[in-house]
Design a protein around this ligand. Sequence first.
Ligand SMILES: NC(=O)c1ccc[n+]([C@@H]2O[C@H](COP(=O)([O-])OP(=O)(O)OC[C@H]3O[C@@H](n4cnc5c(N)ncnc54)[C@H](O)[C@@H]3O)[C@@H](O)[C@H]2O)c1
Ligand SMILES: [Zn+2]
Length: 348
Amino acid sequence: MRHRGGSYPVVIRPGANAELAALLVERHRDHRVVVVSDTTVAAAIPSPIDSAERLSFPAGERHKTRKSWAQLTDELIALRCGRDTVLVAMGGGVTTDLVGFVAATFLRGIPWIAVPTTTLAMVDAAVGGKTGVDTRLGKNLVGAVHHPSAVLVDPVLLATLPERHYREGLAEAVKHAAILDAGYGDWLLSNVAAIALRDVNVMAALVTRSLALKASVVSEDELELGRRAILNAGHTVAHALEQATNYVLAHGEAVGIGLVLETRCAESTGRCALGTADRIAAMLGSLSLPSEPPSGLDASAVITAMQTDKKNRAGVVRAALLSKFGATLRDDGKWTSPLDLDVLRSLL
Ligand SMILES: NC(=O)c1ccc[n+]([C@@H]2O[C@H](COP(=O)([O-])OP(=O)(O)OC[C@H]3O[C@@H](n4cnc5c(N)ncnc54)[C@H](O)[C@@H]3O)[C@@H](O)[C@H]2O)c1
Ligand SMILES: [Zn+2]
């Protein structure tokens, strides 16, 4: 993965976890290693480095907060960690976002390595350098761009992941196909059976394809001044759905539904090829993911939540929209377009 400050290796293969010790020696010789996971991952997956200290924080999006950031930071200070410390963020996207942000700010920045353990973190969160925490008013409102020094993806680690979390991450892979690569969408469909069985080789291929797509966008626009916004497809509505359901909907589930709803809005205003939303919904269905908002949803709460989205400009809610399956819409030179809230409300 290339970025402004250089580049870092992304190792994707079954059994890669066993290579962490060698990678640490290669990239951070003589560094003190602190492995950080949430409590669930700490119980499910043994530390890959015997000699490393291990810290944990309570599992769940509810704990991707400044409070967890402060606690982990205080623990590093109590351990008298210096700038010769490297953090290993071993866990899902909550862990890579939170620990990456701790690394970004501790002593003004120390290195970190991402070892994603959820589908979602493997195909998306661990790569790209975005780190941060949520606040009560919205997700990811405080953060930094701080790239890991390496990413190690071992699909074997998915074995202990609960089924629902295993599935939800696949929505980000559908997103990558929908915004950039229709052929990848066909590949996903022809591999649904192996994906459902968590075939480690198929999952390694899936992660490789998703991350190549993501990396091509990120390395061209690291600070999201332009085109990187397309990676937020589905997310304007998704973040609002997560908030309005008090995070009962998992992030990936919300992304799938958000992608369908945003695409329906684009179709209904003539900006996207008809049938695109149905195609995405069918793909989500074959991966056992929801494509419709849950019943009993408070539509006003969703609309209100969208008003604080980071992509808003001058009070207008904007979203990265598709022009067809596999391509994004460029609107007046911009990579996001206004989202028609009346149309959206009618779909909720
Ligand atoms: N930085 C980015 O570019 C980016 C991109 C996409 C998503 N994200 C963020 O990622 C977060 C969601 O990540 P997530 O879905 O991975 O959630 P998560 O980190 O909360 O993990 C989901 C659950 O699975 C458990 N778990 C993780 N790995 C396990 C394993 N191997 N075995 C057993 N249990 C395991 C966790 O304890 C947790 O309860 C969101 O906060 C989202 O904003 C960030
Ligand atoms: Zn996402």
